[in-house]
Design a protein around this ligand. Structure first.
Ligand code: IVH
Length: 698
């Protein structure tokens, strides 16, 4: 996925500062057109014609012009794809045409019965359209004169939430149509997360200590309700359209209109056929059932629709669903087996997950022995007891889950599941926050999986990258009492490691005791630990595993504060005042540095020589500019603008592209933008020239 990041930009030189308003307006319009087309080529046609770099250049140019000439910035500018608009509360909007749901069935007989009903009412020649049933979140988008106006969720079918700012960030949703579109219409479709994007999000959430999404649908619907559209823009959501509503649609049937909509810029599935017989319908169903596992996104069935609009109208709708369509849902692959016992796993963040141990059973080609039970509320809701025969399901890529219980098969010796009250690993009394479903072990300093989990995170590739160590070796070192936290790694000596073996608990003794630390691997480990002393501060900050501080946030904090000491002193207010940092992250950072044990860990790491500040070559002059924010306008002989931008960052200042009352200096060169100069006057912002700037950093 092509994700625009503002950080790797080179700003084009000498081009716009002298631009007149009229020229700027024209250029904004050209760029908008080009970027819309490139987005369409990339995300809808999957056939990009320019490189990501060229795309980024055009986008940067547009953003700059829109900052400079906000009067020409459009609500549907392609720059909205990056997000930025915040929605505090999503307004409720009534649907002009209700968003009905579909009648569902799992049986082919019922599809045949549907066909009979339709034919009874319409006569014998009926054309159907068969398409996929996408498993995501329904959305209705209104277009007027080819412009995206509003995107509303299904809600209760009569009214939904206006989630326009978030939907604008979805690259495959056109903001400006092309071709010959009707003046006003609504188009409905499904927003979803492809499997690859879902996995990526969960990997990131795991690294940041956030709860994982159970499936792509939950992730998609959660994303649409986020307040910060910038955050939504980072999620690789996609949208496929399947229904048009309007008075001036070009054709009187569903299929032709969908094909037409493709020409206006919408993403329409390739898996769509016209069917003239029940045999055609069944053939499509079995083809798609076979194809399902190969698709890059989740579907949960096939939808069959009467094609002709006049015929649709004749059939009409019930209160809930149209009589002219039906969904054939694929059965989730299921198996029934016995629940032998429930055990509990404790993760790096202390979250306790109940795990079902099952009598091994074949499901979708693999033998399933364990399944997640998620949390105490779900166990309660399902009413499962140990010893019960339970229903296990596997859908898409997701780990198998228990979805039901065969109460009629319950034996006398079934046992109620008593959710544990104490941590199975360290014995601490578990905690459950009001309104949350998850139990936590609060004793993070003594609970082995939490301790080992934190060390595993510390050494991971994107953190300290000590790849000679891994989960298994960490466990051995911990079990031998050699490490209890990340700082202990730096005390390890070659002699400590050589010859170490896995420690087996009583009863496990028959297993072969293999030496895990031979000469070569022990040497590599010591070398890897030493090399990690060179890992830059921003990755060290990520490695510390502060909750909600992922790689990006760690980088922002590292660059903003420059050192761990400065960060440790920051209070919530100063953290929240940083553009990308929200309350949740700020609270978590403050909590971390209020914890005596964490402070001790930091100081031991520091003693060991781990980078706890940005180094000379990363920021030679430290903090001379003291976090002051600079806007640059105009051109400077010998100093390209991106070099100045780097210098500002180098010396501890902040570069921002648009001027506001919070700007500290306007650095103005030749032909500085009149709008910027005027605004600087209005806000009383000092306007400095290049010499003054160079003096400041001398
Ligand atoms: S047509 C009046 N077509 O299924 C019928 N819906 O239960 C309007 N869905 O809320 C819906 N794929 O979210 C239609 N190809 C498809 C679909 C589809 C998924 C969803 C949609 C709707 C629900 C209906």
């Amino acid at each position: 996925m092509r994700i625009f990041t503002e950080t790797h930009f080179y700003i084009p030189q000498n081009r716009f500062s002298c631009m007149k308003a009229e020229e700027a307006k024209k250029r904004i319009s050209e760029l908008t057109k080009q970027l819309n087309q490139h987005n369409y080529d990339y995300y809808v046609r999957s056939a990009p014609v320019i490189s990501d770099y060229e795309f980024d250049m055009l986008m940067e140019e547009l953003i700059r012009l829109e900052h400079e000439y906000p009067e020409y910035a459009r609500a549907n500018s392609p720059s909205k794809r990056i997000g930025g608009d915040l929605t505090k509360e999503f307004p409720t909007v009534a649907h002009t045409v209700p968003m009905l749901s579909l009648a569902n069935t799992y049986s082919e007989e019922e599809i045949a019965a549907f066909d009979q009903r339709v034919k009874k009412s319409l006569g014998d020649t009926v054309e159907y359209v068969c398409e996929l049933k996408y498993d995501g979140v329904a959305i209705s988008i209104r277009y007027e004169n080819g412009e995206f106006i509003r995107a509303v969720t299904r809600g209760d079918g009569t009214k939904g939430d206006d989630v326009s700012a978030n939907v604008r960030t979805i690259r495959s949703v056109p903001l400006q149509l092309h071709g010959e579109f009707p003046p006003v219409f609504e188009i409905r479709g499904e927003i979803f997360l492809p499997h690859a994007g879902f996995k990526k999000i969960n990997i990131k959430r795991e690294a940041e200590g956030d709860d994982l999404f159970a499936n792509p649908r939950n992730a998609a619907s959660g994303s649409l309700k986020m307040q910060d559209s910038k955050e939504v823009a980072r999620r690789p959501l996609d949208c496929i359209f399947y229904n048009l509503q309007g008075d001036d649609l070009p054709h009187n049937n569903h299929y032709d209109n969908l094909m037409e909509a493709k020409n206006w810029g919408f993403k329409i599935s390739d898996y769509i056929i016209r069917a003239n017989s029940i045999e055609d319908i069944f053939a499509f169903i079995s083809e798609m059932a076979a194809e399902r596992s190969q698709l890059s996104f989740d579907i949960d069935g096939v939808v069959i629709k009467v094609n002709d609009y006049t015929k649709q109208e004749k059939l009409g709708s019930t209160a809930k669903s149209p009589r002219w369509a039906i969904a054939y849902k694929f059965m989730a692959e299921q198996a029934v087996t016995r629940l032998l016992s429930v055990t509990y796993q404790v993760g790096r963040t202390g979250a306790v997950t109940p795990v079902a141990n099952l009598d091994p059973v074949l499901l979708a080609g693999t033998t399933v022995k364990r399944a997640s039970l998620h949390n105490a509320d779900i166990i309660e809701k399902l009413g499962i007891r140990e010893g019960d025969m339970v229903v296990v399901e596997k859908g898409g890529d997701i780990i198998p889950k228990i979805t039901g219980v065969k109460e009629e098969l319950r034996g006398k010796d079934s046992k109620k599941i008593q959710f544990i009250s104490h941590c199975p690993e360290c014995g601490a009394v578990l905690r459950k926050n009001e309104g949350e479903a998850i139990h936590y072990c609060p004793d993070e300093d003594h609970c082995p999986p939490q301790i080992k989990g934190r060390i595993e995170h510390f050494i991971s590739r994107r953190a300290m990258d000590i790849d000679s160590l891994g989960e298994g070796k960490i466990e051995i070192l911990y079990d031998h009492g050699l490490i209890n936290n990340a700082a202990d790694l730096y005390k390890l000596k070659y002699e400590d490691l050589l010859g170490l073996k896995k420690v087996y608990e009583a009863g496990e003794g028959k297993k072969e005791r293999k030496v895990s630390f031979r000469e070569k691997s022990s040497k590599n480990i010591i070398a890897g630990i030493k090399a990690s002393l060179e890992i830059p501060f921003e990755r060290v900050l990520f490695a510390l595993g502060i909750r909600h501080v992922g790689e990006t946030v760690a980088r922002i904090l590292a660059r903003h504060f420059g050192s761990i000491d400065a960060l440790a002193k920051a209070d919530k207010e100063s953290l929240v005042s940083i553009h990308e940092i929200g309350e949740r992250i700020a609270e978590s950072v403050v909590k971390f540095f209020n914890d005596q044990n964490k402070l001790e860990l930091v100081s031991k790491l520091k003693e060991a020589g781990v980078q706890m500040e940005i180094r000379e070559e990363e920021s030679p002059a430290g903090n001379i500019l003291d976090g002051k924010s600079f806007v640059i306008s105009g051109t400077f002989e010998d100093y390209p603008r991106d070099e100045l931008k780097d210098m500002i960052g180098h010396y501890g200042g902040k570069f921002t592209s648009s001027l506001s009352s919070k700007t500290d200096y306007l650095l103005a060169g030749d032909k500085a933008g009149p709008a910027k100069l005027e605004n600087a006057g209005k806000y009383n912002i000092p306007v400095i020239d290049l010499d003054t700037f160079l003096d400041m950093i001398k």
